[in-house]
Design a protein around this ligand. Sequence first.
Ligand code: SF4
Ligand code: SF4
Length: 349
Amino acid sequence: MIDPRAVSGCVRCGTCRSVCPVFQETGWESSGARGKMLVLKSMTEGANLDSWCRDSLGTCTTCALCTQICPAAVRPTGLIEEGRRDLVLANVTRQEHRRLNRNLLRYGNTFGDGRDRLGWLGEEKEMLPKSADFVYFAGCVNSYRYPETAKKTFQILSRFSVTAMPQEMCCGSPLLRTGFDAGFLREANLEQMEAMGARAIITGCAGCYTALKGYGGLEVYSVPEFLNQRLEELDIQPLDLTVCYHDPCHLGRHQGVYDPPRRILEAICSLVEMKASREKARCCGGGGGVRAAYPELSQKIARRRLLDVPAEADAIVTACPLCVRNLRDAGGNAIDLIDLVSRALPPSL
Ligand code: SF4
Ligand code: SF4
């Protein structure tokens, strides 16, 4: 349920509108952060829950730029997610999001893919340690779209007593962000963590990172945090490259992880900053269910983000497969941090 008191904290100053990537593309008040706050207010006052509310709230990437900048300390991002939950309860949803929900209920992954989720492990799957201190959580996008990245990540992490879940399920992020219930996924993953006696989980996806942190009672690391703590042990061989780093919203603004990926990149090559970076980084446009349900908008946001790439950068490195995917689809030379780390390690690894 939307908290009416939290919504009424908005003084309609419009500061959030100046940073909202959706408003920048559409120019419509109803799709900008302030407009969404007005829609939320009307919902708390009993407005009809219709497709107009759905598309206003649905077009939010959950980038949190508005939440960060709001001078009245209103948290539009979280309130929008609350509003989406009310819309789901009223069955006012996009069919693309309903499909996501069905895929997850049936297959445990966003793509509705019936193949083995751990297919990227190949024959190594049979030799997975049954217990370990750390568990690698690959996530849906790396498991099914970038299996090579999942494999490279696991190979590198395997140096540090890491295993993987035999029956990993989606972290639940796509459902949580679009207003659906994700409790069944949380339970399935937590049960396995307990059975393996693991003390922490490591993920290379920003969306998974926020979702897993939300499970509670779990020690969670992003791949950049975990590797940055072990940089000395990695035997990095520098590369003659200049790259920039794109901060994924759910790793940066949502969780405050800015320095670890940069420290790793500085150990490997030259790092230049994007025009907007760290707390001010623009969104790639892929999150919050926007890529699934509003693909044109999602790509427009990605294309604008690519304008922030400095001319001297050979590649955009990021630490989230959804950012990689959305920026690549928009024409950017985006690569996962782990792909670069893997290139900088001695061939024996
Ligand atoms: S959410 Fe915050 S920044 Fe946006 S209009 Fe309301 S008070 Fe202003
Ligand atoms: S979270 Fe991002 S996309 Fe959503 S309303 Fe706020 S600024 Fe706009």
